[in-house]
Ligand binder design. Structure first.
Ligand code: ADP
Length: 440
């Protein structure tokens, strides 16, 4: 039976009063009280010793030592506490093993690391997809096991909004999509998904488009050639054929432009060009394209201004950069009415290098902006016939920027004009070597 604290106090007082009374009966009340206190102290010492040994080695027996009175009560309460702890521990252990079982059953690789990338736990699929071994890799840095520089850069950047695609370090034919999430105290949960099939399909699609475009180019060149000859001699043709021949020639040249862009896009996408080890001169490139644009837009009396604030070189493929820059500048010419202004600039700051094309043209409705870089997406489909565009220009720009670790920013307001900015990382800027001195 359990009592409250004042009951036990009353029992102790009664006990001491009893021993004092017995001592008093023998003429020594103080000795009686003293022996009562000593007896209680001894009892307390014996009980605390039992409790001490049980606490020091609780696993030896689940049951705490039994006793009576205040000590019995204390030991009972401890027993209950101990049992509820054991129960909570069991429940937690069961939950953890359930979570581990379910993550083990997942097809995706799941890895837990701390903030520095030390491997703490991973599931069975991570072993299969990434080749980790429980016996040797526990406690290793994940960067030592996935050695792709892009993965280290992704891990350290802490910007995990977009996933990263890499080849599996253990089985290079497996393509993985890796996504990191932060949890706990800056720990990382890494999920690796096998996207080999999707990657192969995407590759097939690119190859298909590239091959079809190549195959179509030759017959189209022949058709265009004959059409051009017919146009040159259109005076000799009957009136009713002239319009038809001219329209056919226009459409053939549109198709040629389309095929040229498709081939270019598929080359850029399949990474036929390496964009890292060559250097190009953005200043010369921009001035040249603006010169061409002035010629193109001569009839529209547009003002094209150029502002170059940085004279360093840019690591990258000149052909690809030319395509991207000229697409943006020629778009500005196309979508800016007569008399408008186009401002082209190249600058650099702490964040990197920036190529901007700002026009006072028709502008773009904000609803279209997120989709503009999709192939054949047009903000105003009714207008594209007048401009003669292929609908692939901005897709080309996007892929060129991906190859150069850059990104495209689009700012626009309908009727007010647009600004297209290509951002490049500062690591891509390189100093020009001094011109060699001419020997006298
Ligand atoms: P297109 O060949 O049709 O110009 P792009 O991919 O170059 O294809 O551009 C996609 C769409 O983005 C265009 O159809 C047009 O609606 C819009 N666009 C691109 N540049 C501009 C600009 N400078 N001003 C207004 N709209 C633009």
């Amino acid at each position: 039976m359990q009592h409250n604290w004042s009951h036990y106090l009353r029992v102790i007082i009664a006990l001491l009063t009893g021993t004092t009374l017995i001592g008093w009966a023998f003429g020594y009340p103080l000795y009686g009280l003293l022996s009562g206190l000593i007896a209680y102290l001894c009892w307390t010492l014996v009980q605390s010793r039992r409790l001490y040994y049980w606490l020091a080695n609780p696993a030896a027996s689940d049951e705490p030592p039994r006793s009576i009175g205040l000590w019995g009560d204390i030991l009972d309460k401890l027993h209950k506490l101990h049992r509820s702890h054991l129960l909570a521990e069991d429940r937690l252990r069961a939950q953890i093993s359930r979570v581990q079982e379910s993550t083990n059953a997942m097809r995706d690789g799941v890895i837990m690391t701390d903030a520095r990338g030390v491997m703490e736990w991973w599931n069975g699929s991570a072993e299969q997809l990434l080749g980790f071994k429980r016996s040797t890799d526990q406690g290793q840095f994940i960067h030592n096991l996935i050695r792709t520089p892009a993965f280290k850069a992704y891990f350290d950047a802490r910007d995990y909004r977009d996933p990263l695609e890499i080849h599996s370090p253990a089985r290079p034919h497996i393509r993985l999509q890796v996504q990191i999430s932060l949890f706990g105290e800056d720990d990382r949960l890494i999920v690796a998904k096998d996207v080999t099939r999707l990657y192969q399909l995407e590759q097939m699609r690119r190859d298909f488009v590239g091959n079809v475009s190549h195959e179509m180019r030759t017959p189209l060149t022949v058709i265009s050639g004959y059409l051009e000859t017919l146009v040159d001699h259109s005076d000799e043709l009957p009136m009713k054929w002239r319009r038809a021949i001219n329209t056919m020639a226009d459409q053939a040249s549109r198709m040629e432009a389309l095929i040229t862009d498709l081939i270019l896009l598929s080359r850029i996408e399949t990474g036929e060009h390496t964009a890292d080890d060559t250097q190009s001169d953005p200043e010369a490139l921009i001035r040249q394209i603006c010169g061409d644009a002035r010629t193109l837009g001569r009839d529209k009396h547009q003002e094209i201004t150029v502002d170059i604030n940085d004279h360093r070189l840019l690591k990258g493929d000149e052909g690809q950069l030319r395509s991207a820059f000229s697409n943006l500048i020629f778009n500005a010419v196309k979508y800016t009415p007569a008399g408008g202004t186009i401002h082209v600039s190249w600058s650099a700051n702490r964040d990197g290098a920036h190529f901007s094309v700002k026009d006072t043209g028709i502008g773009i409705d904000p609803v279209h902006i997120p989709r503009l870089t999709e192939r054949f997406y047009r903000a105003d489909p009714s207008r594209h016939k007048d401009t003669g565009g292929t609908g692939l220009g901005l897709a080309i720009v996007k892929h060129v920027l991906i190859n150069h670790d850059g990104n495209l920013e689009i700012r626009s307001e309908p009727g007010q004009g647009s600004e297209f900015i290509c951002h490049f990382p500062k690591e891509r800027l390189v100093e020009r070597l001094p011109e060699p001195q001419a020997e006298h």
